[in-house]
Design a protein. Structure first.
Length: 694
């Protein structure tokens, strides 16, 4: 679906070139362009910002520098990083929802819109592209934003790179990477292991990642890439803390976490193939096909002392597959150059979910049964989409992009124990978008865009319904949720400051109907409903400036107002009134850095600033569910040496310099008011890698 670009190009539109612009080409807009050329908000995170100055453990490390993105490290490896873009996906109970994530063209987002992130291997990531705004709707269901992650390519010859890091909480990561380009074959193989005691009680974890990519030619005009990765994870789950626990024992485990030994194991294996064929100078064909499996087992804790805890342990066996076919053509219409992309996309996800009876972290027979199995059900999600995208220049300095995607998604569930009937629902929507940009001069571009997107419920969100007025959770859900529909608007200004840097400004507005929100939460089982209207609006400011004496600065500020715009009521009678904040969103968020880097890039020393305003963890915005804002600073240092065939790099980092106490993440609408996931105080790590080239 997506292809990476090349480095150091000149920005050009309609024959007008912006000199001295060193940017990588991005492809999230499906055409090779620099970020300056696109009629959308798109940011590119380079390898140096992913690997050279970070611990390479959580994707939140890198995404914090992107405006509009909220990526929160939960300090809990049993739960994925919490990610939202412009407020989309913020109210997800776990993982990432409402945004699309791709790794080397293979979706990490299932057809229902739920994403899993544990298989992302940052130690072999070359760059990350983040697309925001109306352009995202061309990626279909749950595309409030798009994150594309690309693995490295091998350099000519062969390089072997062992690496290791060690830091606070006995966190250590070791790995080895082999890459190269020989005999027409480009390859990458990375294998690494992470172990940590965790910053909180009962938060130890271990994770093995393997990532491989091999590209070779099959004729002069055909290129084939094989992609494969695997993750094996074990993580204790410290759960969240209540407001009072946050005061008395901020780095402790939540209620019943240790007593019930809450924990999670995950094994995921996937592979894919990408074929690119150049038919001629104006016609190209691309096909991506993939399949994978994910096996997950999780032990939960009850909110009461009831033994056994029914469905207190849950297994998920998932198999998924899909493809994306894309035809690109350059042509002339009335002597006007037009670039067109035609595509078809299919995805299929099959889940086998089982619930077990759990007593203090061990499986036991359920009451009145001779087995520990209490529920046994299968769920399926699939989609079939078609899309068209046109880009053309109707006049000098003006660029227009038009797009249309028809997406059809079907969700279904069946019970192997025959306690509830088969249920299914189909969703279908045509999603249009349009954007236009005007090149004021060589260094300044204005743009505007509009698009309509939608979000179906996820398989997790259709599992439970209300069985009675008290909303006792039941797996029977004959009346599935409706899909949410969102209209997005954006206007922006991109500017290049010759010889100094660049800055971007974007204003956005999104209006949603049928937003999917929590109705009730019973012992960790959330029942959902369609609310009325919600809105998200704000401004993004970002830029880079080169200063004297080899200093430079980057900054990214986001103002996001995410609110309910029409009243609705939960099953407990709580009224969520218009003007209430959507949980999981900070109104203000800032990233800034000041760094020194010599001309040969052999060193990088910098200070970072991260700041965020408060956020709520529940829909009704109660005081005991509000995480305070914070300001923290980090220090980093990087050095590189070369000797004959060796390249050696050292990295050191000191996070939270002033030992500030703050809550880094929240659990949305947690049933026992255990909303808060505190971040560690002052912490550090050091790392080294040594690359030998043959």
């Amino acid at each position: 679906m997506l292809t990476c670009g090349v480095t150091q190009v000149h920005s050009q539109t309609n024959g007008i070139t912006a000199p001295n612009v060193e940017e990588m080409v991005i492809s999230s807009s499906r055409f090779y362009q620099t970020p300056f050329e696109t009629s959308s908000s798109v940011d590119l995170i380079k390898r140096s910002d992913i690997q050279e100055t970070q611990q390479q453990i959580n994707i939140s490390e890198s995404l914090s520098r992107v405006p509009g993105v909220l990526a929160l490290n939960r300090q809990n490896y049993a739960q994925d990083t919490m990610i939202s873009i412009r407020g989309f996906g913020a109210n997800s109970a776990f993982g990432a929802r409402g945004i699309k994530v791709y790794v080397d063209g293979i979706p990490a987002t299932m057809p229902d819109g739920q994403s899993q992130l544990s298989h992302i291997d940052l130690s072999s990531t070359d760059h990350i592209e983040v697309l925001r705004g109306p352009f995202s709707v061309l990626y279909g269901n749950s595309a409030g934003g798009v994150i594309n992650i690309y693995s490295e390519k091998g350099e000519p010859g062969t390089a072997i790179t062992p690496y290791a890091s060690y830091g606070s909480f006995n966190t250590n990561k070791v790995g080895i990477k082999a890459s190269g380009d020989e005999g027409g074959v480009n390859y990458l193989l990375d294998i690494n292991n992470l172990n940590t005691n965790g910053s909180r009680s009962h938060s130890d974890a271990s994770r093995d990642n393997e990532n491989a990519k091999i590209t070779f030619g099959a004729g002069q005009d055909t290129k084939i890439t094989f992609i494969g990765n695997r993750v094996n994870l074990f993580a204790s789950d410290p759960l969240g803390l209540t407001a009072s626990q946050l005061i008395t024992d901020p780095q402790g485990a939540g209620s019943n976490a240790i007593t019930w030994n809450t924990r999670k194991t995950v094994t995921q294996l996937q592979g894919g193939l990408e074929l690119q064929h150049k038919i001629d100078s104006d016609n190209n064909l691309k096909l991506v096909a993939y399949s994978g499996t994910r096996n997950q087992f999780q032990y939960q804790a009850p909110s009461t002392t009831t033994v056994p805890f029914v469905n207190g342990a849950i297994s998920l066996d998932r198999s998924y597959y899909g493809f994306d076919g894309q035809y690109q053509v350059k042509t002339l219409i009335n002597e006007m150059p037009v670039r067109m992309t035609l595509g078809i996309n299919y995805g299929n996800d099959n889940d086998h979910s089982m619930g077990y009876c759990n007593a203090y972290g061990e499986l036991v027979n359920c009451s009145g049964k001779k087995t520990s199995i209490n529920t046994d059900a299968k769920y399926q999600a699939n989609n079939i989409d078609q899309y068209l995208q046109l880009e053309f220049d109707p006049m000098e300095r003006v660029n227009v992009t038009l797009g249309l995607r028809h997406t059809a998604t079907e969700l279904s569930g069946s019970d192997n124990l025959n306690t509830w009937a088969y249920t299914n629902k189909s969703y279908s929507q045509t999603l249009p978008m349009a954007s236009a940009s005007f090149l004021l001069n060589t260094y300044n571009r204005l743009y505007a865009s509009v698009g309509i997107g939608y979000d179906t419920p996820t398989l997790n969100q259709i599992k439970y319904s209300c069985a009675s007025a008290s909303c006792t959770a039941t797996v029977s859900n004959p009346n599935m949720l409706e899909a949410a529909t969102t209209t997005q608007y954006e206007i922006g200004w991109k500017s290049i400051i010759p010889e100094y840097g660049h800055f971007n400004i974007a204003l956005f507005l999104a209006k949603s109907t049928n937003e999917i929100v929590a109705l009730n939460n019973i012992s960790g089982k959330t029942v959902y409903q369609n609310a009325n209207n919600t809105g998200r609006s704000g401004i993004e400011l970002s830029g880079h400036i080169d200063l004297p004496m080899h200093l430079y600065t980057n900054w990214a500020y986001t103002y996001t107002l995410a609110q309910v715009t029409q009243d609705y009521t939960t099953v407990s009678g709580n009224s969520v009134t218009a003007g209430s904040s959507i949980p999981g969103v900070s109104v203000h968020r800032l990233f800034g850095e000041l760094a020194w880097r010599p001309a040969d890039h052999s060193m990088n020393v910098g200070i970072e600033l991260l700041a965020a305003s408060n956020m709520y963890a529940n829909d009704i915005n109660t005081t005991n569910a509000s995480a305070s804002g914070y300001v923290i600073s980090n220090f980093r240092a990087f050095a590189r040496q070369e000797y004959q065939r060796w390249k050696i790099t050292e990295t050191a980092r000191l996070n939270n310099l002033f030992d500030t106490y703050y809550v880094g993440s929240v659990i949305i609408n947690q049933a026992s008011n255990q909303y808060f996931e505190p971040s560690p105080g002052r912490n550090w790590f050091v790392g080294i890698n040594a690359s030998y080239s043959f």
